[in-house]
Design a protein around this ligand. Sequence first.
Ligand SMILES: [Fe+2]
Length: 258
Amino acid sequence: MITHYSDVQLHTLSIQGVKQIYKERLHFPIIYESSTFIRFQISSYATLSFKEAYTPVSPAHVAFQVPYSLFYESASFLSKSHLLLLQQENGEYIDDENGRRNLYFRDGDGHLLEIIAHERVDETVLKPLGDLRIMYIREVGFPVASVPVFREWLKSKLSMKTERDQDVFNFVISGTAHAVVVSKTRPWIPIALKALPPRVVVTFGTPDLSFIKELGKKVENAKWDSHLLCISKEEYAFQVQFTPDLHKDVPAQLNLPF
Ligand SMILES: [Fe+2]
């Protein structure tokens, strides 16, 4: 099974601009850097990467899970970062209800980012990292032409699951990884941002080598590239990586459903 997002690569028009936001304001350590690529360690088991390319940026949506008890510390750090925070639809910045807290913000390329916390998630399992206190990457958004078609592909090929099937907005989940599959016609909250499909390369981690081997046989266009199984679906590039350090029981220990 997929346990987590191990890397999410976003598109940028400026590596220098990315450094000013993610290194200088958000204090993420850089673990690799070249003239057109940069990678940050953002949680114990996840990295966030940026590739510079001369093409318009479509904003991606990425949400970071933080501990419920530390949410306001994380939000306070964010508000001091001078990044653009977004008002929720009710005019408040932080939404805090029914055991769920979240706050949206944007980076220099306009990517729509979010910190989110759930009371039911056990905070003692994964050590939060850095000033944003990130435990894991929870969400990556996938605007698609047909939610059912993309959802069923994630279910049948990547063994992801849903709590219920919906046709316009659907969480498709495996471990800590929540794919937010949305119709291209359904704008992102909280600012009714048009849901253009972003250029992302999403890497899933699994501690199960046989899962990767089976996947390689199941997907028509799968190919291997330096220990990663690479597959694509519609506009999206996926990679699957063998990550034995994150145990398969961690999602259950966190109280996550799948
Ligand atoms: Fe979200």
